[in-house]
Unconditional design. Sequence first.
Length: 236
Amino acid sequence: MSVPSREPAVIAGMFDAIARRYDTLNHLLSAGLDRRWRARAVASLGLTGRERLLDMCTGTADLAIAAVTDRHRAKDVVGIDFSSEMLTIARQKVRAAGLESRIRLARGDATAMPLPEASFDAATVGFGIRNVVDPLAACREFHRVLRPGGTLAVLEFGSPTAPGLRQAYAWYFQHVLPRIGRLVSKHDAAYSYLPASVNAFPSGAAFARILQQAGFHDVQFRRLTFGIVYLYLARR
Ligand SMILES: C[S@@+](CC[C@H](N)C(=O)[O-])C[C@H]1O[C@@H](n2cnc3c(N)ncnc32)[C@H](O)[C@@H]1O
């Protein structure tokens, strides 16, 4: 399967087009596990209620909302995304949840974050980094905007390693998921792009090395749900 363009305008346009169906498809295609993966990412940060958190590639703000409402939560969140339609949905959800004073949303690119240096205690990016044309540049930006000692949590898809499960998941991911995605989102390419972009992403130790290259230390990763998702943690 070819890897489609990761040109920022193409990716942003694709997310603009699927924004209204994005949450439904997320919950449907992951059988509701996506909420649990985000909760694990937030819990891994050891938040105390005093932190300022950046949620990059915030999309429809599910991770940003979890970060101010979960048991261990941040004081406030800045959510950034380059898709204006995803941000429109995010704003509606933040308003409906009465969280406007705690979550600020803005348009911006992960490789040139419109943020001052050392201005965040913690940062997250959920299912966004594989879309970024230059992940190292984005990791350098996370390093720049986090204060020394601050923590970054990255959630991204991977592939299960257990024999049997690996094949079954690959079949679901390559054949079933794109069909359901196409049917519900009415977008031809977005849900074929998903498996292609996951296959092209340097997951596990390879992404951990990118984080180290960007200057992070104490880089760790763990597999969630048999390796369908990886959670990376890194200290500035
Ligand atoms: C798969 S969605 C994930 C949204 C959300 N974080 C979640 O957990 O559901 C990926 C998001 O990353 C955004 N994105 C991709 N590349 C980006 C970039 N270079 N800068 C800013 N946002 C980006 C897309 O617009 C999209 O909203």
